[in-house]
Design a protein around this ligand. Structure first.
Ligand SMILES: NC(=O)C1=CN([C@@H]2O[C@H](COP(=O)(O)OP(=O)(O)OC[C@H]3O[C@@H](n4cnc5c(N)ncnc54)[C@H](OP(=O)(O)O)[C@@H]3O)[C@@H](O)[C@H]2O)C=CC1
Ligand SMILES: O=C(CO)COP(=O)(O)O
Length: 338
């Protein structure tokens, strides 16, 4: 059944998901705060800053007016970086109160909030009043916008404690090249999504330094161990970390040149300065901020996250990457399952 869907956020992922939902037959309105971008999407079906050379469906409509986007929508998909999520959620909450609407909320944000260490669904459940929303579903998994845009085969997870809402999201997004599984473990899905970006920066960095396949496999595997440790400490199901929103997303992000986090790490490994890498990316590098939040959270909770800690010292205290790697390798020898 065709649904009316508002998509908030027209960056690489929001715009490609909006396009896919349009092609799935839904009535989609894409919201962006950027007037020029909206005009170009509506008139030329292009969004070159975020998806160079990709031509969007002529049926996809965009607007800078959030109220117009949301009016009549029974689903709101939020695809905003962690840093801007509360600002957008608060604005949405005011609009939903005015419109007396109660849509299903789906989000695709991958990160943890600075200082509070909250997951995106926790932020949304605080800023969107219960009378203005149904359940909150997390859409997560190995899904670079660039691959979905060219209809490459992709599989992701729709996670929600309310499994019927997860199933609703599953139906909306699924098609011949995009397969959605359900999961009821929101905590695991969101920790996996946020923390894999840290390891992806690390994987890029070691490749930028000239290390090879063994090093990357070691980093991914031991990265997964510490992602799982932190997630489980907060109540995640350990099985979720061997699923799409865990190892799946970790593998794609830590091995793909499409990954903003991997590319950032690669440039750092080649000696570029963090501020220059951020300035030149032109898109969000969530892992830079998640590294700080996860490092602080792991210390507070007394969970061992040696790779995250090493990257924190590199990104925030200016430690030389080679020194950080030596320190990681020289730690006391230990058992794999600790
Ligand atoms: N790119 C991908 O392949 C995937 C990304 N994700 C996740 O999705 C989220 C979004 O990523 P992505 O699309 O890549 O990000 P981009 O950097 O490509 O785009 C971010 C979008 O969010 C908008 N935005 C940022 N802050 C605000 C704000 N305060 N108010 C209104 N709009 C805002 C930007 O608007 P403006 O242009 O005006 O700055 C832009 O449209 C991230 O958490 C990311 O980890 C998840 C899966 C895949
Ligand atoms: O989450 C993603 C793919 O699943 C996108 O990762 P990047 O932000 O590193 O490009």
């Amino acid at each position: 059944m065709a649904e009316k869907i508002a998509v908030l956020g027209a960056g690489s992922w929001g715009s490609v998901l909006a396009n896919m939902l349009t092609e799935n037959g839904h009535n989609v309105m894409l919201w962006s705060r950027n007037k020029g971008q909206v005009e170009q999407l509506n008139n030329e079906h292009l969004n070159p800053r975020y998806m160079k050379d990709f031509v969007y469906s002529a049926k996809l409509k965009a607007t800078t007016d959030m109220k117009a986007a949301v009016e009549g929508a029974n689903v709101v998909l939020i695809v905003i970086p962690t840093k801007g999520l509360r600002e957008v959620a608060k604005k949405l909450n005011t609009i939903l109160t005015e419109l007396h609407q109660k849509p299903l909320i789906i989000h695709a944000t991958k990160g943890l909030e600075q200082n509070t260490y909250k997951r995106p669904s926790e932020m949304l459940s605080e800023d969107l009043s219960p009378e203005n929303r149904q359940a909150i579903v997390v859409l997560s998994g190995p899904s670079h916008a660039e691959d979905v845009a060219i209809k490459d085969m992709t599989a992701v997870t729709a996670a929600c404690e309310d499994i019927n809402s997860a199933k609703q999201a599953q139906k909306l997004f699924s098609n011949s090249y995009f397969r959605v599984y359900t999961n009821d473990d929101v905590i695991g899905a969101e920790f996996g999504a946020a923390l894999k970006n840290i390891i992806a920066i690390g994987a890029g960095a070691i490749q930028g330094l000239g290390y090879h396949d063994n090093a990357r496999a070691a980093l991914i595997t031991r990265g997964l161990a510490e992602i799982r440790r932190l997630g489980v400490a907060f109540g995640a199901n350990p099985m979720t970390f061997i699923g799409l929103s865990g190892v799946g997303d970790l593998v794609v992000t830590a091995t793909s040149k499409n990954s903003r986090n991997w590319r950032a790490g690669y440039q750092l490994g080649q000696g570029k300065k963090l501020q220059d890498v951020i300035a030149n990316m032109g898109m969000v590098i969530e892992g830079v901020y998640t590294t700080k939040a996860a490092y602080e959270l792991s210390r507070k909770r007394q969970v061992q996250m040696p790779i995250t800690e090493a990257l924190y010292h590199v990104l925030y205290e200016g430690e030389d990457i080679k020194t950080a790697i030596s320190q990681l390798m020289d730690r006391d020898l230990t058992s794999e399952n600790e």
